[in-house]
Write a protein that binds this ligand. Sequence first.
Ligand code: GLU
Length: 495
Amino acid sequence: MDRVEVRTRFAPSPTGFLHIGGLRTALFEFLWAKKNNGKFILRIEDTDQARNVPGALENIVQTLTDFKLNPDEGFYWDGVVLEKGDRGPYLQSKRLGLYKKYAEDLVNRGNAYYCFCSQERLTALRSEQTAKKIPPKYDKLCLKLTKEEIQNKIKNNEPKVIRLNVPPNQQIRFTDLVHGQIEISTNDLDDQVLLKSDGFPTYHLAVVVDDYLMGVNYVIRGEEWIPSTPKHILIYSSFGWELPKFAHLPLLLSKSRKKLSKREGDVAVKDFLEQGYLPEALLNFVALLGWNPKTEQEKFTLDELIEEFSFEKLNKSGAVFDLEKLDWLNGVYIRELKIEELHLRLLPYLTETFTEFKKYPKEFLFKIIALEQGRLKKLSEIGERVRYFFSEPEFNPELLRWKKMNNEEIKQSLSDAKKIISNFEFQISKQEIEKKFLDELTGKDKGSMLWPLRIALTGLKASPGPFEIMEAFGVLPNGREIILSRIKKALSRFR
Ligand code: GLU
């Protein structure tokens, strides 16, 4: 017998830009499909028209491409949003006819029914139930209508919805690939609206119809969908369709184990990318949210993730979003980039800070980038870190003071440095520069010599050392002049 092709889908609603949780869901769907040589589908669930956000669809599709999570079917990005696959359309608002047909089919099977109740009645019912402290549920009033009554109401164009006819006193059981056995009583389920009065389906109908028609056999999604799954199972069973396997991913939590806040990372993926997290680092980080490789390994390429991924390694309990860990991991990835590549990735941030920087020789840019490569956590930090290479630093002269140095000592130290620098050939390595200094420094305290010099050059409390900085400036034809003029300027502040 042929093995059934694994088909997964990511089914976001275009109600906002792609968030970390969505990226994680998409990643796990992608990994499982690829691991099994199956297909990964990107379907857009836009049935709640009032909540659709302009630009969200484009953002979701493009962001997945940024992470190389390219769908085999559905929407993909090639400068614009395009669609492929033979089970489309992959946009739910283009499939309304289908949902209507299946909803009516459910009515004919007795598993759904027309409901004509007004909003007022439903609101009153709800308040009554809340007052009695019973969970609000539709009371199946319209199920009592006769065929003729229903026909008449339809003929009179009375507003109507189609509701799922949830049978009482049944246990719905399913095996979740993450959480194991889950059992929910139908007494806890409401007669869910499946088709709204405007002809649009609700999520519950559309998701089942589409997963079925698109041959989806693994439904991987956030844990918040567990309570909806029994409703979906009822619809599958009404049609006699085979159930897909379900995997509900653990919630994402903040460090304080609460719902993720904006400050703690409930932010669009695009914002993370703009701050200068590398897609490969962010994806690696996201993969570890709730998925435990069960080894010490923390760095994974996409191919390694495909290789290693399995549902057994998913945690049941919430996954803590640890921004410090993301920073650390991003730093690891930054340090592994070749300098040319890092230069390319930093270009947008450098351009932002110094429009003029393209006039500088590449060799110079490579040198200053190499100086910071070991310390960068995010690409966006580069501007502030290397600003002093492009413009004279402004700083409080007090910063020039090393420990208890007095003004005379600071002046002496800077003048000594000036003299040393004027006396050697410039384009030399930092080791050679260091040697020139150390030769002159015998007997003197290193800090009192080098601190004022470094501050004069950078204006920063923390920066690379003065020899490395001078080596980099040495690449510029006027490197020595820049250095000397900064020392003079620092000196002038003690006059
Ligand atoms: N459209 C739903 C969402 O926005 C999809 C949930 C599911 O995967 O079934 O999350």
